[in-house]
Design a protein around this ligand. Structure first.
Ligand code: N01
Length: 537
């Protein structure tokens, strides 16, 4: 157990992270009149959008919908330029929002929280920073993001490789020049499919090392028109109501009949019309049974494969790029610009690691199957230790010095995805067991910040010193969430959704799959019922 050190500062609340969640949480606590200190490892705001600066980085939610809705000023004063915003524009937006809300002075940047332990006697958290200084706070709030701990696989020989190595999630701020170089990209998830076309444009030669092909949707990005922007602002109240009432924070017109009720021709026409909308939610939520029945799912999976065959001119290559081992949507659908087209270039090759396993890095490149690939640079688009990774990277200790690592050894248990029993006065924004990444995450963040802010206001009003979920309620919430997920196709995807991308990580879906609308109602009911499931003292 950590020992008490002399604090440099005592505040009411500490917030870790200055992304969408941290910025809004600090603002909310300021509104409550609490003294709040934010800590952020980056030297500016942005969270995941601060670090993921790789070429092609772009959001997969429409810009106007991927924005705060709580502030009329922020809505009125900001103008998006593209339908799908690129990383630099999102980073500009977050800087604008943080300045407009006046939260930057509350953050200490370039500062990593190393550990946090709960002082049982004082009902306070002691937060220890990487420079050794200490802050104490009554409330400890994590806004660390779900995708902020990058994952580099333990490739044999990687440290002997003499070429350049980059990870998409930790990209040099000054960019990278691949001109004239032989480049390899490992990974074909959302980051890989975005970076590959742009690296191909620059490099002398690109080799893509693919383990599992992606279901990818052409994003059809384009500039927004003034009319679209104005219409959105004019109808913002309607947007708020509809997004808050939706399961994913993005609304769509789900048909009433099932996919299997339509003839193949009719279904194909429906999928074609929706493909042209360039929005993943319009396809995956097109029929109610697509994510409940493997047979129904196969109809849309085959439609996506047809698009690959229509784009990639070499049929053998098209087949290698076609996902066949998991249902569409069980791994996140990626959104791309010219991804499959890139494989028609003469200077781009695909290595299927299922056929030619990656044995080792050598000093000059990669050995896969029985071939050596000489490479000047390698891009790792290998993803994240998602959702629990950023929390478990911090040495968090609750009552009696119990570590969160120990508590979650068999998988995360939480109440509502927002709090953990034995860890009083700690709140997690978009934590495991909440809808987090299965939604337009900005909507999920707004719900979490507002609910947590209301709870803290209530606690302060009644003079409470300490709050934590009741263990039985947390266990029930977690068990029910797992059971709900087991009724869907999510468990069939081998991905970061279930933690299987990290060796040794417990295999469990870390998101509440019941929908943001249902989840919001449950949270509101808990609040209305005097915060049922929490012990307050
Ligand atoms: O990471 P991923 P990501 N050997 O885990 C492969 C969000 N995001 O950074 O599928 C060889 O999806 C791995 O292969 P496999 C979004 O939510 C959003 O791309 O495990 N390959 C996979 O192909 C997204 O889902 C946006 O077999 C290995 C890839 O690396 C999430 O971030 C943009 C390997 C990892 O894909 C994560 O996306 C970017 C190994 N040992 C990110 N280990 C947008 O908004 C892993 N791989 C558009």
């Amino acid at each position: 157990m950590a020992t008490t050190t002399t604090p440099t500062e005592t505040v009411d609340a500490v917030v870790i992270g200055a992304g969408f969640a941290g910025i809004y949480m600090v603002h909310k606590l300021n509104e409550l009149g609490l003294m709040v200190r934010g800590f952020e490892a980056g030297d500016g705001v942005g969270g995941t959008w601060f670090w993921n600066r790789y070429p092609g980085a772009r959001c997969d939610v429409i810009s106007m919908e991927y924005a705060y809705t709580f502030s009329p000023e922020l809505i009125e004063e900001w103008t998006w330029t593209e339908r799908y915003p690129a990383q630099p524009e999102i980073l500009r937006y977050l800087n604008f929002a943080a300045d407009r809300l006046g939260v930057k002075p509350h953050f200490q940047f370039s500062t990593r929280v190393v550990s946090a332990w709960f002082d049982d006697d004082a009902n306070q958290w002691e937060i220890i920073l990487d420079d050794g200084s200490v802050t104490r706070a009554k409330y400890f709030i994590t806004a660390v993001g779900c995708l902020s701990t990058s994952m580099t696989p333990d490739f044999p020989g990687l440290s002997d490789y003499a070429g350049e190595v980059y990870h998409t999630a930790d990209w040099p701020a000054d960019g990278v020049d691949f001109a004239g170089k032989r480049v390899g990209v490992i990974g074909t998830g959302s980051s890989g499919v975005q970076v590959i076309p742009l690296v191909a444009q620059q490099a002398a030669h690109l080799t893509v090392f693919q383990r599992t092909p992606a279901f990818s949707l052409a994003c059809g990005n384009r500039p927004l028109t003034e009319q679209e922007l104005q219409d959105f602002k004019d109808n913002i109240d309607d947007h708020k109501i509809r997004s808050r009432a939706s399961g994913t924070g993005q609304y769509t017109d789900t048909l009433e009949c099932n996919a299997l009720d339509h003839t193949p021709e009719r279904r194909h026409a429906v999928y074609e019309e929706r493909w042209d909308r360039h929005r993943a939610i319009d396809l995956i939520a097109c029929y109610p049974d697509l994510f409940a029945s493997r047979e129904a799912n196969e109809t849309i999976a085959e439609f996506f494969r047809g698009k690959i065959r229509a784009t990639v001119t070499d049929p053998g290559l098209a087949e290698k790029l076609s996902p066949r081992t998991y249902p569409l949507g069980a791994k996140r659908i990626t959104l791309d610009t010219n991804y499959f087209e890139t494989y028609n270039r003469d200077d781009v090759d695909l290595v299927s690691l299922r056929e030619q396993p990656l044995h080792t890095f050598t000093t000059t490149g990669i050995r896969a199957g029985d071939a050596d690939y000489d490479l000047d640079a390698v891009v790792l688009a290998t993803g994240f230790d998602a959702i629990t990774g950023p929390l478990l990277k911090i040495d968090i200790r609750g009552v009696g010095g119990r570590t969160l690592q120990d508590k979650w050894a068999d998988g995360p248990t939480t109440y509502l995805g927002v709090a953990v029993d034995e860890f009083p006065n700690m709140f997690m924004l978009t934590g495991p067991g909440s809808p987090n990444v299965l939604t337009n995450v900005v909507c999920a963040i707004e719900q979490h910040v507002e609910w947590t802010g209301d709870f803290i206001r209530d606690l302060e009003k009644r003079g409470a010193a300490r709050v934590a979920p009741v263990a039985a309620d947390a266990q029930k919430w977690t068990a029910d969430a797992v059971e709900l997920a087991d009724g869907t196709l999510y468990p069939e995807g081998e991905s970061w959704y279930t933690g299987v991308n990290i060796p040794g990580k417990p295999r469990v879906i870390m998101s509440y799959v019941g929908g943001l609308d249902v989840y919001r109602q449950i949270c509101d009911d808990v609040a209305a019922d005097d915060y049922r499931g929490f012990a307050v003292s």
